[in-house]
Design a protein around this ligand. Structure first.
Ligand SMILES: Cc1cc2nc3c(=O)[nH]c(=O)nc-3n(C[C@H](O)[C@H](O)[C@H](O)COP(=O)(O)OP(=O)(O)OC[C@H]3O[C@@H](n4cnc5c(N)ncnc54)[C@H](O)[C@@H]3O)c2cc1C
Length: 398
């Protein structure tokens, strides 16, 4: 662990949060409300906090307490949601909600005031100090690195990649609930589905999504497919309000301890900490839990925070083993064009089990239920994929 330069100069803050994205934004929000005594500094390279995202979650992903404190950041809510497959269409009763970057920025920037600095790129960081791009050094009792996903040789990944466009339509779209997967579409590049969030009667976020082996995103092709999808539904476009895109990590296997050694003693949050749902790449519920964990800590020194976040992430890794196994079945067993069958079968399972899957809280019986019965892909290949060591590196833990 590199020692930061010793200095007798006063500290600039108790805690410096590097990156004003989802994870650090929630930490700042929670701390500022619950621990106003903690001197915070949030440094974001971009012009606004939260970048350009729509972060959605199932109501059952969060505890009642988490739902209450996140509520001011939520821009849209729905009472249920739907999925559509070639041989299955289902309405599920579970509530769904979205936090928009716009609302996230407005609320958190207003709460933090001068404690949030935007347009400030951090060039280098250690456990207790950061160096800005202009050479300024800022010091604190602890730094938290929340700069988003970092490449690591210690995680073996597939990808969920997508491009979304918020469309303004000439007439109401007729959707009553979000459609989390419309997999009735032509399959390309792995498992393809369209994700729909109806924000108002005539605006809808349409995301063309792929569970793919490769990370390359062909944006023009996805835009074309969104236009084709809208036309096939009979939607007449008045315009594209905004666009977002992402390539999210889907974990097949890895060595979490080696991943954390790369942090060199710097406490990490969010994707930088490997804290996301292994099968969806979504991180909002994990980020909410970490924000609570930090706000509840009396001791906010770098070594204490590092150990606590590392132990938490390793515990989550152990709890997520079954999801990585499912990912390997999805990515390694089914021919890419048949991956939709795995998801179609999954969505035939009881609704509470599906909710526990998204909340990453499956019990032993749930796991048995998911893998039992007639498999949607040939069993030999699926089992081999599940048991297969994912790479030749012996240290990789599944
Ligand atoms: C378009 C999109 C939609 C998504 N939708 C969902 C969803 O619906 N639900 C869900 O749970 N998850 C979703 N995710 C997945 C995941 O939750 C997000 O990627 C989430 O934003 C990750 O949080 P984070 O805090 O780790 O990183 P980020 O939110 O990406 O934040 C990192 C921040 O660090 C800043 N930064 C980077 N380098 C520096 C530097 N050197 N100095 C200063 N600042 C720096 C960046 O500008 C950025 O603002 C989505 C991801 C994307 C890309």
């Amino acid at each position: 662990m590199p020692a930061d330069h010793a200095s007798s100069a006063p500290l600039d803050a108790d805690l410096i949060l590097v990156g004003g994205g989802l994870a650090n934004g929630l930490i700042a929000w929670r701390l500022a409300l619950q621990r106003p005594d903690v001197r915070l500094l949030l440094l974001e390279a971009g012009p606004t906090l939260g970048g350009n995202h729509t972060w959605s979650f199932h109501a059952t992903d969060l505890t009642a307490a988490q739902q209450a404190w996140i509520a001011p950041l939520v821009a849209h809510r729905w009472a249920g949601h739907e999925v559509v497959f070639p041989q299955r269409r289902r309405h599920l009763g579970g509530g769904y909600a979205s936090v928009t970057s716009e609302r996230f920025h407005a609320r958190i920037a207003a709460l933090l005031g001068e404690r949030a600095r935007r347009g400030v790129a951090v060039a280098a960081l250690g456990p207790t100090q950061v160096t800005l791009a202009d050479g300024t050094v800022l010091r604190a009792r602890a730094v938290i690195d929340g700069r988003g996903a970092r490449r690591s040789p210690h995680l073996v990944l597939g990808h969920q990649k997508f491009l979304g466009q918020e469309l303004k339509l000439a007439a109401p779209h007729g959707l009553e609930a979000p459609v989390l997967m419309d997999a009735s579409v032509a399959q390309h590049d792995g498992y393809r589905f369209v994700y729909l969030l109806p924000f108002t009667a005539d605006t809808v976020l349409v995301e063309d999504t792929y569970y793919a082996d490769g990370a390359a995103l062909d944006a023009p092709a996805l835009r074309r497919r969104i236009a084709q999808y809208a036309a096939a539904r009979g939607w007449r476009l008045e315009g594209v309000v905004r666009e977002e895109q992402g390539v999210l990590p889907i974990v097949l296997s890895g060595d979490p301890e080696a991943f954390w050694r790369e942090a060199r003693g710097v406490p990490c949050s969010g994707l930088a900490a490997g804290l996301f749902h292994p099968t969806t790449g979504y991180s909002l519920p994990e980020a909410a839990t970490v924000a609570e964990l930090i706000a509840a800590r009396v001791e906010l020194s770098a070594p204490a925070l590092f150990e606590s976040l590392r132990a938490h992430a390793l515990q989550r890794w152990r709890a997520h083993g079954f999801f990585r196994l499912l990912n390997r079945m999805l990515f390694r067993s089914a021919p890419p064009q048949l991956r939709w069958k795995v998801m179609q079968r999954f969505y035939g399972l009881p609704e509470p089990l599906i909710a526990r899957f998204y909340a990453a809280q499956l019990g032993a019986l749930d796991k048995l239920r998911i893998v039992s019965g007639k498999p949607p892909v040939p069993l030999g290949a699926a089992l081999r994929a599940a048991l297969d060591r994912p790479s030749s590196r012996a240290e990789v833990r599944q």
